[in-house]
Design a protein around this ligand. Sequence first.
Ligand code: ZN
Ligand code: ZN
Length: 351
Amino acid sequence: VTSRGRRVVQRLDELGVAAFLVTTPLNVRYLVGFASSNAALLVTGERLTLFTDGRYIEAARRVDGLDVVLIDRGLAADLGERLAHHTDGPVAFEAARMTVADHRRVEASGLELVPTEREIEGLRAVKDMAELAAIRRSATLLSEGFEQFAAADLVGQSELAASRILDNTLAGLGADGLAFDTIVAAGPNAALPHHHPTDRVIEPDELLLVDAGCIVGDYASDCTRTFATGTLPARLEDAYVACLAIQTAALTEVMAGAEGKALDDQHRDRLRAAGYEPLHSLGHGVGLEVHESPRLARTVDDVLDVGAVVTVEPGVYLPGVGGIRIEDLVVVTEDGPEILTPVPKELRQVV
Ligand code: ZN
Ligand code: ZN
C-alpha cells in the first residue's frame, strides 16, 4: 500500500467500511500514480486492487504495489461480482462520481455500498513536498509568462490574438499545457468574470483583464492580473484601488486554521462596503485540477491546513464599463500565505 493509500486505509474505520472504492480517474491517479479514463481502485486494509480495461492493463501492471484485474470496458457491468471476491463490504464509494445505473449494478452483487463525498479530494487538499515543488514550478513559469505578455504589443490586437500570445509564451517557456482556456477580456468584456476571448479589439485607455494557468509536471497554476491600456476614468482607477486593497486584506487572513467560508464572507462584506456587488467566491484550491479543495467559498465548510494551495481572487465588476480581478496563488502556512505568483499588482500600463 502506497503512503497515500495508507491515508485512505486510516479512513476505513471512521467510515465504518471494509473497503473504499475509488472511481474518479484523478483520484486513482493521485493515490497510485496510474493515469487512465477508466479505472476503479479498491482499497482494503491489506491491499490495493486496480480494475481497468484492456487499453490500460499493461500500464497498470507496471505500477508497483498494485494487484491488477482486467475488466470489460463498461466498468460497472461486472464490477460488483468482482468486488465481492475481494471484500465482504460494506464498501465506501464516491457518490459524486457513480451513476445511479452503475450503483444499481454494483449493488445487485449483494455488496452494501456507503456513499461518501470529497474524501480523496480532502486528502488531495494538503500537498506533499513533491507536489509543492511542481506547483511552484508551474506558478513561476506562469508568472514569467505574465511578464513577457505585459511587455508585448497588445493594443490593436484582438482578445483572441492576445490570448494566443500568452498561450504561446507559456508553451515557449516549457509549460506542458494550459490549466484552462486563457481569459483575455478588454474594456466592458472585463465585467464578465468568465469571458471567453473574442475578436473584439483591445483599445487604448481601457482595462485588460487576463486570467491564465498552465500545467507543469501534472500540476496546475492560476493567476489573474488586470492592466490598463492607457489613462483610465477615475471610476475605474478607484475600482482598481479598492480591488487591490480587498485582495491584500484577504491575503493577510489566509493561514492554517482559517475557514474558507469566513474568508469568503469577509471579502464579500468588504466589497459591499466599497459599493460593489460580489459575483463569485474568494478562491479555490489548485493541484492536479485547477479547481479543487479547499474552497474559499460560503457554500462549503473547508478549513485551511498547512500545505494547502489556494487562490485569492476578488473581483470588482462594473457592468458595461469594465472589471478588475486580481488573483494570486499561495501556499497556506502556519502564519500566512507564501505567494507563488510575484507578478506586480500596482495598476500597470501596457501598450
Ligand atoms: Zn484564474
Ligand atoms: Zn482561479
